[in-house]
Write a protein that binds this ligand. Sequence first.
Ligand SMILES: Nc1ncnc2c1ncn2[C@@H]1O[C@H](COP(=O)(O)OP(=O)(O)OP(=O)(O)O)[C@@H](O)[C@H]1O
Ligand SMILES: [Mg+2]
Length: 270
Amino acid sequence: MGAGEVSICARVKGQEGALLQVQGLGKRYGARIGCADVSFDLWPGEVLGIVGESGSGKSTLLSCLAGHLRPDAGRVMFRTDQGMRDTVAMAEPERRRLARTDWAFVHQHARDGLRMGVSAGGNVGERLMAVGARNYGAIRGAALDWLQRVEIAADRIDDRPSAFSGGMQQRLQIARNLVTGPRLVFMDEPTGGLDVSVQARLLDLLRGLVREMGLSVIIVTHDLAVVRLLADRLMVMKSGRVVEQGLTDQVLDDPQHGYTQLLVSSVLQV
Ligand SMILES: Nc1ncnc2c1ncn2[C@@H]1O[C@H](COP(=O)(O)OP(=O)(O)OP(=O)(O)O)[C@@H](O)[C@H]1O
Ligand SMILES: [Mg+2]
């Protein structure tokens, strides 16, 4: 089954509708455009890839979606138990609660997403505690299970991430983010800055977890191989705007916009 078919299945299986609806999102830094007029829907179980050259607005967009940056324009409607809610207009404490319970954010640099002074098990366990878990044995058991799922040996549970390799740190960051079963996962260049062989292993692992957990993901990357492997759908950004979007295979195999054609033929340095 291709990546695209997974999301179609999720939709056909009677999911209630879009998980996220983004309308006219924009962010400026003074006179400079971070992103502008971005609109799209994300369906449950769908992986959306965002690609574009450096400075095209990928991280700005992701930060606005995840509530790390306040957009100047537009709405980000997220499906909650109370129906679709605009997370931009939401009070800060409520948005923080959503970020803790429903969302996860995997940073490019593991140190931004881990607590380096806390053990590997603690890094995973404290996320469970943040959503209400209190039983020490159950928390440690879940942490151990997740370390194994991301291929970190059980006897490293009490080691700090600073003693881990870059690839291990990134796998630990993924465990910390996925242990609570988030409904929406944001990833900003999760394989960036790693050696090619380490990237391949991480990508394999991510692909397995995405499929197994049916995760809804928005992933930013400059690496078309990453989106080819992971993303059902692709959005191409240039100068803060979306210039093309569609099913990943369609966009990569038959790009319509001149800029996407350059990206795909690797003429642009991304
Ligand atoms: N904190 C900031 N202050 C001022 N301008 C910013 C800031 N962050 C981003 N920008 C500008 O906004 C635009 C989009 O930047 P952004 O970091 O979102 O791009 P990107 O696609 O993530 O790039 P990269 O691939 O290099 O990470 C660029 O012109 C950038 O210079
Ligand atoms: Mg970026």
